[in-house]
Ligand binder design. Sequence first.
Ligand code: GAF
Length: 386
Amino acid sequence: MKTAENYSKLPDDFKSFEAEVKVASPGRINLIGEHTDYNNGFVMPAAIDKKIHFKFRRNNTKNLGRIYSETFNAYVEFNLQKVTKSTNSWENYLLGVIDEIQKLGKQLQGFDCIMKSELPIGAGISSSAALECGFAGGLNSLFNLDLAEMEIVKLSQRAENNFVGSNCGIMDQFASVMSKKDHFIKLDCESLEATFIPAKIQHCKLLLLNTNVAHNLADSEYNTRRQECENAVAVIQQKYTAVKSLRQVTFKILEEFKKEIGAAGFKRCLYVLEENERVHKTEKALRNGDLETIGKLMYASHRGLQHQYEVSCPELDFLVDFSEEKPFIYGSRMMGGGFGGCTINLIEADKIDAYFEEVKKVYQEKFDITPTAITVVPDEGTQITR
Ligand code: GAF
C-alpha cells in the first residue's frame, strides 16, 4: 500500500481526470432516536445538503485501485486482490467496502477515484457512512454490479462492522442512501420500513453547533453501551424466549428484571424504551406542525443521553443548557454516537447569526475552543450521474 507519506506525488494522469461516474454522497442529521438503531428501535434521520463528492473512471488494469483524497491531499494505491487494513483510518472505510463487494462474488477491475469532502470529520454527521455508501454506489455504477440500494446500505454497514471494527447500527448508511429531499425518515430498524415525513419546520432552521471535540472514549463506550443492552436482553430472554432485542421489551417487563439487570443496565434500557416513544411522538408533532412539542422531545432526548445512557460530555451539555434559556430555540440535543461532535438545534431562522456570535463567545471562554456552526437542509440520498 502506498500512502500519502511514501507516495506524495500524484500520478500525472490524475491531472486530467475525465470521470465516467460522479457521486454526491451526503452526511446525515438525526432529529431524534439516538442509540436506538442497534436495539432494533426507531430513528428519525435525514441526509443533508453537505456531501462527499467522488469521481470514478476505469484504468484498464485488472487489479489496481488508485484513490486521491483532495481533502487530505493523500494518494493511495492498492491491489484489489490483497486488501488489508491500512494505518490511514479513512482508507479503511473504502477498503472495507471493496472487501464486502468482493465477498458478494462481484467482480471489480482496476479503477481510479478522486474524492473531496464538505463534511467535518468526527462531528457526528456521519462522514463515514457518506464515504462508504458513496464509494460503494460509485463502484456499483462503474462496473454495473447490479447491487440494489438496500444492498449498498447493508454492505456499507458491514464494511464498518467487519473491516473498520465499529459496531454501528444501520441508521447512518440508510439515511445517506435512501433519504428524500425535504423529508425526515422515520425508520423502523427492525423491519427496515421507512416512512417519509415532510420536514415542515416553518420559520425555523436546523443549526448544527460543532463542539469541535471528539473524546477518545467514543468508540469503546459505543461498543460497551451496545453490550450492556444485549446483556439485558439475554437476561430477559431466559424467561421471555420470544424477546430478540429491546424492541420486544415493554416497560413492564423491564421493571420485572430491574434487579437482575442491575442499576446501570436498567438505566440504559429505560432510556432506549423512552427514546423509541419519543420518536413516535415526534412524528405526530411534526405532522401537526407542533414545533413546541418537537423541541421538548429533543431536550428530553438529550437529558436521557446525558444522565441515563451517559454518552454526552461537558461541551455538548453546555451548548444544550445554553440554548434552553433562549425562547427562539425550540429544541436542542446532542447528535450521533456522543462524546463530542455536534448539537442539533431547532432555531428561528432570523436569530441564527446573533445567537452563534453569543454562544461562540461563552463557549470559547469556558473551553478555550472555537465552536463552528453549519445550517443544514434535509436532502436527497446518494446522487449518481454517468
Ligand atoms: C453512530 C452509529 F453509526 C449509528 O448507527 C447510531 O447508533 C448512532 O451513532 C447513535 O444513534 O452514528
